[in-house]
Ligand binder design. Structure first.
Ligand code: UDP
Ligand code: MG
Length: 165
């Protein structure tokens, strides 16, 4: 079954110049990239993305990590689409704990645990279809993706839109 998944190259991945390495590993999946951008992560976006971890003792450190407090204040967000996308990408990423992750997985190769106990594991990938839908809709607008993967609606807007001059 085809599906789609959200991938984030986290601030440690960008700081360590791993973008190319990570994209090369992901290309092993033969999936299609249908969206890509660089984002500066706000606290609001970080909180929303990791809201299911709010009660964890590492939550505040995790929010600071994804916002780029310790590395670069940016993440690369991508949507991959294709046969079994969610599972294929999770497999290449490896386990959440970089020390337990398969050594040839992305997290196993490049991740570390900080002295504060945060798993700096280079990459995020959606865990399942429900999460993928929630996350892709959170990180991307419909017109930033080159495929219609979820229902959309048109809204009348009086907002000033900036264009290039
Ligand atoms: N995390 C952490 N310590 C933990 C569990 C998670 O630092 O004990 C961080 C880690 O960066 C992880 C993120 O929180 O990628 C989200 O956790 P989740 O359980 O959703 O793991 P994932 O889906 O990223 O494998
Ligand atoms: Mg998760």
């Amino acid at each position: 079954m085809t599906n789609q998944t959200l991938i984030l190259i986290k601030p440690d991945g960008l700081k360590k110049s791993l973008t190319g390495n990570v994209l090369t590993r992901l290309s092993e999946t033969k999936l299609d990239i249908i969206g890509a951008k660089i984002i500066r992560v706000s606290r609001k976006l970080a909180n929303e993305h990791y809201k299911y971890l709010k009660k964890e003792p590492f939550f505040e450190e995790l929010i600071k990590y994804i916002m780029g407090h310790y590395h670069k204040k940016k993440v690369m967000a991508l949507v991959y689409w294709g046969e079994g996308a969610i599972d294929k990408v999770r497999k290449i990423c490896g386990a959440t704990n970089p020390e337990k992750a398969d050594m040839v997985s992305i997290r196993g190769q490049y991740g570390r645990i900080t002295t504060k106990g945060v798993y700096e594991n280079v990459i995020h990938a959606s865990a399942n279809k429900t999460e993928a839908k929630r996350e892709i809709r959170l990180w991307f607008e419909p017109d930033e993706l080159i495929m219609d993967i979820y229902a959309t609606k048109k809204i009348e807007s009086k907002k000033n839109i900036q264009v290039w001059k």
